[in-house]
Design a protein. Structure first.
Length: 122
């Protein structure tokens, strides 16, 4: 099995798990809102979640456009050059420093505008 096929299966599985979780929780919310109690409210949301997850995986796997799109995305991601650890550290430091500087500037503006507003309304 090629690495592209493995990544495609993994991504479809992730989408299926997400669909199972979301639709299972949605079914649980609907049953709770409807006031359904007992065994039905206990097992039906789980069954709906599992079935929707399986259906999502099968639909994604069988649909030619989703398979083609996934293969194209995986091929393009293999071409990406990821930053090194040093580049990532440097970029992170720049972001943190700029965040601190901008916070100080906005805090100064807030202090000035608050003082002006107090003068005007006093």
């Amino acid at each position: 099995m090629s690495s592209i096929m493995r990544w495609m299966i993994l991504s479809f599985f992730g989408a299926a798990v997400a669909a199972a979780y979301v639709l299972g929780r949605l079914a649980l919310g609907i049953l709770d809102t409807a006031g359904v109690e007992g065994q039905l409210s206990k097992y039906l949301p789980t069954a709906i979640g599992i079935l929707s997850g399986i259906a999502t995986f099968v639909v994604l796997w069988k649909h030619p456009k989703s398979s083609e799109f996934s293969q194209d995305v995986i091929k393009e991601l293999k071409k990406v050059t990821w930053p090194t650890l040093i580049e990532t550290r440097a970029s992170t430091i720049v972001v943190i420093v700029m965040t601190i500087i901008m916070s100080l500037i906005f805090g100064l503006f807030d202090y000035i505008f608050a003082a002006l507003t107090n003068i005007i309304y006093s």
